[in-house]
Design a protein around this ligand. Structure first.
Ligand code: 13P
Length: 261
């Protein structure tokens, strides 16, 4: 983490909690977490809980993110939720999470439209990218990251790139993958350097230095520090550990401590 870029600690609750459970859990977190813009704490609940949590949340303490949006603003798209329908509830949205790419066949084309829809609706997109185990094994990590960046950022102009956050989540290090294995900080440092060099090629050196790059593979309270200490990593996108108040609050505490060093 550097002092110039903000730190983000994001809880991706995935498809967990009813609206009632989500509300109770948010209440518990609110009693324990600091009121802080840095680290910026962001909660990404299921779409069904966004409206009620938006009324409950103290936005000076935490912000809300959607886990997914649809890119059209209205129309006959059964089962989808447009960015324009939920924009008043959220400040951020995940786009292209690996579970969306691989379980729901989202393509780079879908993802680029969603990034554009988020920006059009005043929502900060958190573009998730990362190679599979297979791609890594075949030495295709660099190409996979580059392709996903080019694909997702296709419609993002030089003026807008500062509104985008990148989350690097190697698919092989996410617990929903049945052969998941823990990433080493050095792997993540290398990937973050790669991402910044790709951004430099696409948008220039200043954009590469300014953009926030988060780590989104598995972390817990024991491993968070090693990733948050990396100079090119600006925060964490947390799955399983964000569902346990003790773990999530401990990770936020580590981020605060490192910010103050
Ligand atoms: P886990 O922390 O459960 O491995 O999930 C990571 C993730 O997918 C974050 O979005």
């Amino acid at each position: 983490m550097t002092q110039t870029r903000k730190t983000y600690i994001i809880a991706n609750w995935k498809m967990n909690f009813t609206p009632g459970e989500a509300s109770l859990y948010l209440h518990r977190l609110a009693n324990r977490l600091p009121v802080s813009r840095n680290p910026q704490i962001i909660i990404a609940p299921s779409t069904v809980s966004l409206q009620s949590l938006s009324l409950q949340i103290n936005r000076r303490q935490m912000k809300l993110a959607a886990q997914n949006i649809y890119w059209r603003d209205a129309g006959a798209f059964t089962g989808e939720t447009a960015a324009s329908q939920i924009r008043s509830f959220i400040d951020y949205t995940l786009v292209g999470h690996s579970e969306r790419r691989y379980l729901f066949n989202e393509s780079d084309r879908d993802i680029r439209e969603k990034v554009a829809a988020a920006l059009r609706n005043g929502i900060t997109p958190i573009l998730c990218i990362g190679e599979t185990a297979e791609e890594r094994k075949h030495g295709e990590t660099k190409a996979a990251i580059y392709d996903q960046l080019i694909g997702g950022l296709h419609d993002v102009s030089k003026e807008d790139i500062h509104k985008v956050i990148i989350a690097y989540e190697p698919v092989w290090a996410i617990s929903s993958n049945k052969n998941a294995r823990p990433a080493q900080p050095v792997d993540i440092a290398d990937a973050a350097t790669l991402i910044r060099s790709h951004i430099a090629k696409l948008y220039g050196k200043d954009a590469a230095e300014a953009i926030s790059v988060l780590y989104g593979g598995s972390v817990n309270a024991d491993t968070a520090r090693s990733f948050l200490s990396l100079s090119d990593i600006d925060g964490l996108l947390i799955g399983g550990a964000s569902l346990i108040a003790d773990s999530f609050c401990a990770i936020v505490e580590i981020a605060r401590e490192l910010r103050n060093e």
